[in-house]
Design a protein around this ligand. Structure first.
Ligand code: SF4
Length: 566
């Protein structure tokens, strides 16, 4: 899941405060408050560029002290963001403000409009530093506002600055520790810069303020990052304030000004991790360093600094990007009868293996995985005769696999031994034919008997409480135990060699998606199905536009960390 924030800069034009480092008009980047209609346009423009799938999108009101602007204008801005929130085009609203602008009325207004995160510009939790910086609030104000924000159910962000007047390394480290203790979920670290037109500029000219050197700012930020990572506080930004990026370079007079500041800090952290390798390996040897893909540029270092450092010792240095487990593609097992365009779609989702067996069962189900594999949270129970082309990739995923007692029989009902559905609460099957290993492997569940032996072919579990079935007996049994059930007419579903297949046999579950071999346009209950699947909190992914095709289910096995599938 990727996070996107659509930034809306709302400068507080008549800020009554006089923070020593702030030139209000410069720091807000854009010099006037946006018209409410402009806010809508900004959001729409950003949404055009953000992928809908796997994105968490927030609108963020930054640039000033949001709760300090007139209530009427706050409401105008928030109501626009709220429109996008309730139709699901964005997933959250966040904003930044001052600690002394938080009160019960302000919070209830933000709550009404669905704001989820409030970031406070704490800057420091040392009263002397706050006083010398002209912040006009105390550390106690930050603590009080933080408590109110959290008690009201918002997520709390606390921003800090380094190198403020009167600040020291120890005071900054204490501020970071206190931010963790106050329960912040996120932070931003801004090194102080001397900006034209600020009171800090005057102090700097008089020699009464000395900004941090680049080295000091980096070293301190490295230590701060360690504290925040240890405390599970997400560090959203290190370095320039986004609006500072909009400033003219002539307005930056002194201080650790570097657009790639975060990269330099992260490179430094990696340098410390890589240095011991020089001691551990002989001069002139080769080294291969696995690195999470998203960390790669930091590991190589700013300007390849870490690579160059290692190349002085090693004859060959190889940084190997590793795709994180979350990004690894899953193994997908489905029937060989899956139509070609759908097979191609599956290849974009994961690593599909198309099953075909000989002589084990009758022909029209000989490639159906749900005939041979029963899946539950604890792993898989597989038929002993499953071909090695399937067993090998399954073993590679690292999933727990237990062999069943006997192979499915050639004819019904023995052919349906493994065709059970396992949910966190139930084993649902014709219990007279269930392979006993299924009961042993998935303990602690109620056993729900249904007459239909081909239970999985006829039943798709959408989580624990919602089910789609093409069998009236299963429908009745599940309704009796209080489950939500949709009956899906099997008539429009194709299955070679049979009058029809079953709708659940066209489907599989991947994360919160229902994968479907075919298009719902070919089913008269399309809108009921869409509504039901949406109620279950899931979405559909049609694998191709053709008729619904029973392929014996689509079994998706998430990739394991140690898997060599990639
Ligand atoms: S940093 Fe201080 S002076 Fe500048 S806008 Fe914020 S509160 Fe006002």
């Amino acid at each position: 899941m990727k996070h996107f924030t659509i930034p809306i800069f709302v400068p507080e034009l008549a800020c009554p405060n006089r923070c020593i480092f702030c030139n209000q008009h410069s720091i807000s980047g854009c010099r006037q408050q946006p018209e409410p209609d402009e806010v809508r346009e900004i959001i729409l423009k950003h949404l055009e560029t953000i992928p809908v799938r796997d994105s968490h999108i927030e609108v963020g009101f930054f640039g000033g002290s949001f709760t300090g602007i007139e209530t009427e204008l706050q409401e105008k801005y928030l109501s626009i963001a709220y429109e996008f929130l309730i139709i699901g085009q964005i997933h959250g609203i966040r904003l930044s403000t001052r600690p002394d602008y938080i009160n019960t009325e302000a919070l209830s207004l933000l709550k009404r409009y669905g704001v989820s995160t409030i970031e406070l510009g704490a800057q420091s939790l040392d009263d002397e530093v706050l006083r010398l910086s002209g912040r006009g609030h105390t550390a106690a104000d930050v603590e009080k506002a933080s408590g109110m924000i959290r008690s009201a159910g918002f997520k709390l962000g606390l921003q800090m600055m380094t190198g403020l007047p009167g600040d020291t390394v120890e005071k900054s480290l204490n501020t970071a520790r206190r931010i963790v203790e106050l329960g912040a979920c996120c932070t931003r670290i801004y090194p102080t810069l001397v900006i034209k037109g600020t009171d800090l500029e005057k102090l700097w000219h008089k020699g009464e303020y000395q900004p941090q050197s680049m080295e000091d700012a980096i070293e301190l930020s490295v230590r701060l990052l360690e504290i925040f990572r240890e405390g599970n506080v997400d560090v959203i930004r290190v370095g320039l304030h986004p609006s500072e990026g909009l400033l003219d370079e002539n307005e930056m007079l002194a201080g650790p000004f570097q657009p790639s500041f975060r990269e330099m800090v992260e490179s430094h952290i990696w340098k410390q991790k890589l240095l011991p390798l020089i001691q551990q390996h002989p001069q002139g040897s080769n080294i291969r360093i696995p690195v999470a893909e998203e960390e790669l540029r930091y590991a190589i270092g700013f300007g390849s600094s870490n690579r160059k450092m290692l190349e002085k010792h090693f004859s060959k240095v190889l940084f190997v990007p590793e795709v994180s487990t979350q990004q690894k593609k899953p193994l997908i097992i489905t029937g060989k009868q899956m139509p070609l365009p759908a097979k191609n779609t599956l290849r974009t989702i994961g690593y599909p293996v198309f099953l075909q067996t000989d002589q084990l069962v009758y022909k029209s189900i000989s490639g159906h995985p749900d005939i041979f594999i029963c899946q539950g949270d604890e792993g898989l129970v597989v038929a002993p005769g499953l071909p090695s082309e399937i067993l090998k990739p399954l073993a590679d995923t690292g999933i727990r696999m237990i062999k069943g007692l006997v192979d499915p029989g050639k004819t019904y009902p023995e052919s349906a031994r493994y065709n059970a559905v396992v949910t966190p609460d139930f084993i649902i099957h014709n219990l007279k034919i269930t392979d006993p290993v299924i009961f042993e492997t998935f303990p602690g569940r109620k056993h729900l008997h249904v007459n239909q032996g081909y239970t999985r072919c006829n039943l798709l579990a959408l989580g624990n409480d919602h089910f789609i079935t093409s069998d009236h007996g299963i429908e009745r049994a599940l309704r009796q135990v209080g489950k939500m059930v949709l009956f899906a007419d099997p008539a429009p579903v194709k299955l070679k060699g049979q009058k029809n297949g079953f709708f659940p046999g066209c489907c599989g579950i991947f994360r919160d998606e229902v994968l479907i071999a075919g298009s719902l346009n070919h089913h008269p209950q399309k809108s009921d199905m869409l509504d039901f699947i949406e109620t279950a909190g899931m979405e559909i992914r049609e694998l191709f536009a053709g008729e619904l095709t029973d392929v014996g289910g689509i079994i998706v096995i998430p990739a394991n960390k140690e898997s060599d599938l990639n």
